[in-house]
Design a protein around this ligand. Structure first.
Ligand code: FEO
Length: 383
């Protein structure tokens, strides 16, 4: 792990977890990163999930090599990072806990006021000198909770970026960064694009050679790649040319329509077609693809005078995550009173800058007319 010599990685890998944050499947597990800066003073940057307190404290003790932590910096109070504060303070009760006013508000809610004996409340931009290393705390509210702050170490040219630049997957998993970082970002921080944009602007003024996030690998090379992806994602721009088709189907007819559209798009040379069955595929991956591509096709049945539940859930998630700046087309299916298009339009009405590219209505099963309409839709989406 390429870290400045005085900075030690003391995090843990979690391969036991079934759903991260109670909802995200993580086939390759999850990493809860934590760091120790060993200078004249020692500072621990964040703790880990409480299920790994023992392993983490052992990692910490090994790197401390007999020393005691002077500071515990709390960048983010979500329990995947703050869950071991209690165990830590039982072992090191005199360590000064560093956070901001909101950190301590949330910390007290989780742990009670009596747990922290020594607290240091910092303001945005305030510095903490450890020796050669000096941490500057940069507040990053809503990336991903209101108390979040990142810490910049000018001596090591290192940004401790909290949840920012994190990804799903344990550190011992061999996988491409972009895909699981995108699913993580869109799912977890996606709603807060404006807050991420503000942080990126602050970070642009810093000389950064290393990014140490709280999840995923430490980033040391080609930082511009990661920063430019964050810029695209947080400004809700299209990352890749292509069409995302998300469907639900009860007896297979709507699935047939979705598949036909995918085939027609391929025939028309569409650079990428991503297809998701919302009842069976990972919903977070479907949300990720909806944000990744510029065009989204929603195919679903009318159900209980509304739309099929998985599509309803999907659209609610899109709206909650600030889905915007996209083209949307609809394939609705309904035997006697199709109304999926109406419901979809209503559910997306809060999303900014959505261009509707038309609706194909199927009455139960595909007709030749429907096939021609889908072929025409494919052409239009490829223009
Ligand atoms: Fe990794 Fe928002 O916690």
């Amino acid at each position: 792990m390429k870290l400045h010599g005085d900075i030690k990685y003391i995090g843990v890998n979690d391969h036991q977890i079934d759903l991260f944050e109670g909802q995200y499947v993580v086939p390759n597990g999850m990493a809860y990163n934590s760091y120790l800066i060993n200078d004249e003073k020692t500072a621990v940057i964040d703790t880990v999930d409480c299920r790994f307190s023992g392993e983490w404290l052992l990692n910490l003790a090994t790197e401390l090599n007999g020393r005691v932590p002077d500071y515990l910096v709390i960048q983010h109070m979500e329990p995947d990072h703050s869950g071991s504060i209690g165990e830590f303070l039982r072992l090191y009760p005199n360590t000064v806990v560093v956070g901001n006013a909101k950190t301590f508000l949330i910390l007290d809610n989780f742990w009670g006021e009596e747990i922290v004996k020594n607290r240091l409340e910092v303001k945005d931009g305030e510095k903490l000198t450890l020796g050669k290393h000096e941490l500057t705390f940069v507040f990053a509210p809503m990336v991903h909770w209101p108390e979040v702050m990142v810490s910049y170490d000018a001596y090591a040219k290192t940004l401790f970026s909290a949840d920012g630049f994190g990804k799903f997957g344990a550190l011992d998993a061999e996988e491409e960064w972009d895909c699981e970082a995108r699913r993580y970002y869109i799912g977890i921080v996606g709603k807060y694009g404006n807050s991420v944009q503000i942080l990126l602007k602050k970070a642009a003024k810093l000389d950064i050679e290393t990014i140490c996030p709280l999840h995923g690998p430490i980033l040391t090379e080609n930082l511009q790649h990661y920063i430019s992806l964050y810029d695209i994602w947080s400004s809700y721009r299209t990352e890749s040319e292509g069409v995302c088709i998300c469907y639900t189907s009860v007896y297979g007819h709507t699935k047939q329509a979705a598949q036909l559209l995918a085939d027609e798009l391929a025939k028309n040379g569409c650079p990428k077609v991503a297809v998701a069955d919302l009842a069976r595929d990972d919903m977070a991956e479907a949300v990720e693809d909806a944000f990744r591509y510029g065009k989204l096709v929603l195919a679903t049945t009318t159900y209980n005078a509304s739309i099929f539940p998985f599509m309803h859930d999907f659209l609610t998630r899109l709206a909650e995550h600030n889905f915007q700046n996209r083209h949307v087309a609809i394939i609705e299916n309904g035997s006697w009173a199709p109304m999926a298009a109406k419901v979809i339009t209503e559910l997306l009405s809060t999303c900014k800058n959505i261009t509707f590219d038309g609706t194909v209505t199927i009455l139960s099963a595909l007709t030749d007319e429907n096939r021609a309409q889908i072929a025409a839709l494919a052409k239009k989406l490829c223009e």
